[in-house]
Design a protein around this ligand. Structure first.
Ligand SMILES: [Zn+2]
Length: 107
């Protein structure tokens, strides 16, 4: 276990000192892998936003609960879907011309 990155091991939220930290449930510790989950979650969120999908859109497309998408993007748990799943669910045809140009630039 490692110190929680949201509350720095204190187990309480900065914004509301009476509430337990949502990430570690007030224990101050999280799984070692959570750093990875957070990085993966951020990538998945960027991917979703690049396709202009709401959390509800994506949940419906992947047949998952919106809570699942949210918790994955926040890195609360390991992801059960991948960027490929998002890209397959929302084909590039829905991209604007500008986005296509940007993508071409990157490659
Ligand atoms: Zn915490």
């Amino acid at each position: 276990m490692i110190n929680c990155m949201d509350c720095f091991g204190r187990g309480i939220q900065d914004t509301d000192r009476k509430s337990d930290c949502g990430r570690c449930d007030g224990t101050g510790e999280v799984a070692d892998e959570m750093k990875l989950w957070i990085m993966k979650g951020k990538s998945l969120q960027r991917c979703r936003l690049s396709r202009r999908l709401s959390i509800f859109d994506l949940a419906e497309m992947l047949n998952l609960k919106p809570d699942n998408i949210l918790e994955t993007e926040w890195g609360y748990k390991p992801s059960t879907y991948s960027m490929t799943d998002i890209l397959n669910a929302a084909p590039a045809a829905t991209m604007t011309l500008l986005e296509k140009l940007r993508e071409a630039e990157v490659q």
